[in-house]
Ligand binder design. Sequence first.
Ligand SMILES: [Zn+2]
Ligand SMILES: [Zn+2]
Length: 177
Amino acid sequence: MPDSSERLPTFKYFADPYGANTQRKFIESDLECDCCGRVRGYIYSDSQYSDEDEDCVCPWCIADGSAHQKYDTLYSICHKDSIGADEVWHRTPAVESIQDFTWPSHCGEACVFVGDADSRMLTSLKEPLAGELRRLAKAYDMPTDELISCAMPKGDIFFNMFQCRQCQQYQLHADMD
Ligand SMILES: [Zn+2]
Ligand SMILES: [Zn+2]
């Protein structure tokens, strides 16, 4: 039986990998972790960058780096010079994205992934996201409002939302299906 007395590890650069967000990275499971050999109640559900036999890894083994040490797993790419880069590369769940992307940094540090944003969230954060929305509207060559309405689940664009740990500014990564 899973030992439920343990507190789930948190991740400095990934706000809520257990939640109901579209980017739920750990699922409840009675499977044994391949890395520590224990049944701890949760298993990593992303296999984007690892081989099949590395799939069954618990959050603790990702957080303390033992899964990386054992399997040499690379979770995400982040600017090498950023504070926290090593943690994002090796000890943080991957952010799912259709195309490979570089984990954003700001103020010299890797940003925190706060979740995927849908149209409603983008609208409610229109002000603090203004700069980012302008940048993306230009990149996608469409008006800002149209860009917002294209957010998943209704539209074709995924918005991964990050936030700077130093100045709180949001960074958006957009990905088209
Ligand atoms: Zn483990
Ligand atoms: Zn910043």
